[in-house]
Design a protein around this ligand. Sequence first.
Ligand code: COA
Ligand code: AMP
Length: 631
Amino acid sequence: MSYRETYAACAADPDTWWMHEAEALDWVKKPSRALFADKAPLYEWFADGEINTCWNAVDRHVEGGRGAQTAIIWDSAVTGQVEKISYSDLRDRTARLAGALQARGIGKGDRVLIYMPMIPETMVAMLACARIGAIHSVVFGGFASPELATRIDDATPKAILAASCGIEPGRIVRYKPLLDAALEISKHQPDLCVIFQRPQEAADLREGRDHEWHAFQKDAPLADCVPVAGNHPAYILYTSGTTGQPKGVVRHTAGHLVAVNWSMKNIYGMKPGDVFWTASDLGWVVGHSFICYGPLVHGNTTVLFEGKPVGTPDAGTYWRVVQDHQVAALFTAPTAFRAIRRDDPEGALIGKYDLSSLRTLFLAGERADPDTIRWAEEKLHRPVVDHWWQTETGWPIAANPVGLEALPVKPGSPSMPMPGYRVEVLDDQGQPLPPGELGAIAIRLPLPPGTLPTLWQAEARFRKSYLEAFPGYYETGDAGYMDEDGYVYIMARTDDVINVAGHRLSTGAMEEVLLSHPDVAECAVIGAADALKGQTPIGLLCLNRGTTRPEAEIVTECVALMREKIGPVADFRKAVVTERLPKTRSGKILRSTMVKLADGEAVKPPATIDDPAILNEIALALGRIGYPAKA
Ligand code: COA
Ligand code: AMP
């Protein structure tokens, strides 16, 4: 079937279409139907079925004769280690950890927080939770203690699984002290912590609360897979919103499995047994869906890579991994390619490796600029597929589904909506706009299986954040347009979220941190264009009257404060002091006008501006920190 036929078949009879796709999985009890709309506009999928994620991701492949196939290839460019784990081995390791957790009273519905780097034990931890119906919440290692504490308080985990450290180029990230500090400030305390001691850094364990990873599991019984309802939360993943309080995106079990399984075959064009490599992090949705669950559910071998696209040791690392592990498809963020291109503009290192196994390159996580796509196509001689999605959706909203049908590529567009996603472009009043006109991108409800049904313990916030602006639709927070052929173009966010090196960050959360500095009276954080990272955050600070301390000192403290409160992932390096901020007459800070100034675009003072003269002051302030940046 062609893409258009498939999309139309799903739109005409979603229930039959999704029930058919659900047959690709093993069920303990088949659902009676696909869509449950009785609580509309809140929807659920396959709610009355019974299923287990770990069974579908691991055990059934062993039962089906794939036990000896490699499930995970761990390639650590920062330690020089490579480890291959078969499906049988993965089942045993997962069942053992699950058994140990069960023995400590952790079971269906209990939350388990995972704060671990890119090592196989992190995937074992995620799958062990899935095995016993515990709900995991993985927290990215680049977040600092206060962010970790916020997530601990929101998810209230019974157990925390962590590693002693992560490894960033040139430095060890000591996770355990960060975890200890988080538990000092969180109100909630877990019953236990289980710590994987990496040889690079042994952590101190706290008697009574902390357990060493291997000792904890020694003699534990192997746990069976526990059936859960189709609408049982598989995991909570926190993502940035407009405020400092992150949103806990909930993923229901069955829809997730159906959606990622469909994506592996139809979007990524994978056959079971193929090697699939997503160069991202397990702490992000991309890592959940396409390092861990998607490839395993679909019977692929997944590459778990600990390293960077450049500097570990050079811009040829990705090509070395493709060659060594016979990677069939690589999925990464455009920023990784910009980094590779910067270090190896001619692509000389690409020629040093045998890339014959590689069929397609997939890019997502941020806007893929046509220039980067062109460079990748030219140097790799392979199709480069941009696709668009979000933590909330869990799988691509728009893509070029090369497994189904390779659509004509239009540079700058992640192609067409995937089955079940009825994408529309709306004006401020919620009216659909004609092709070519820029507006808010919304998806007509219900969203397809695998997408978020709600936010963890925050249904009112879910409704307010996503469903209220355009009744009958899910608001994506992205702005853009669709062309005559139905191709989608994503141009910008409509909220205070910025995207730095494929990492989604909240400028609102950063402003809250800056305001906690005793000398800062008012501030704004904006995302300025960055040739490598897509965007970079810049702080504009107004100081309290009478502050006599040197501005440079305050700026340095603000940069340090951001690292301490949000973490290195915020990548907040530049701030500047200004007398005042541009505002509308009603007092709203004109952030987008400042973004234009930072990006060197022509700025026409908005009609609502209180005092146009201030734009000159802001331009001068930005000039002092090198903006607009020279190309
Ligand atoms: N744990 C702890 N710290 C981390 C971290 C982690 N898992 N990941 C990143 N950091 C730190 C980095 O060490 C860096 O710290 P520093 O300020 O001490 O240098 C800071 O966070 C910013 O990191 P990053 O944005 O990764 O910048 P970089 O300069 O180290 O590397 C790139 C630039 C382009 C190579 C890198 O951003 C990259 O590989 N991007 C791809 C991102 C990606 O895959 N995103 C997933 C979405 S699909
Ligand atoms: P995250 O939830 O971290 O995956 O970030 C999702 C956001 O990243 C989206 O809402 C977009 O703003 C942006 N994004 C992701 N993929 C793309 C893409 N292919 N093109 C443009 N923007 C993208």
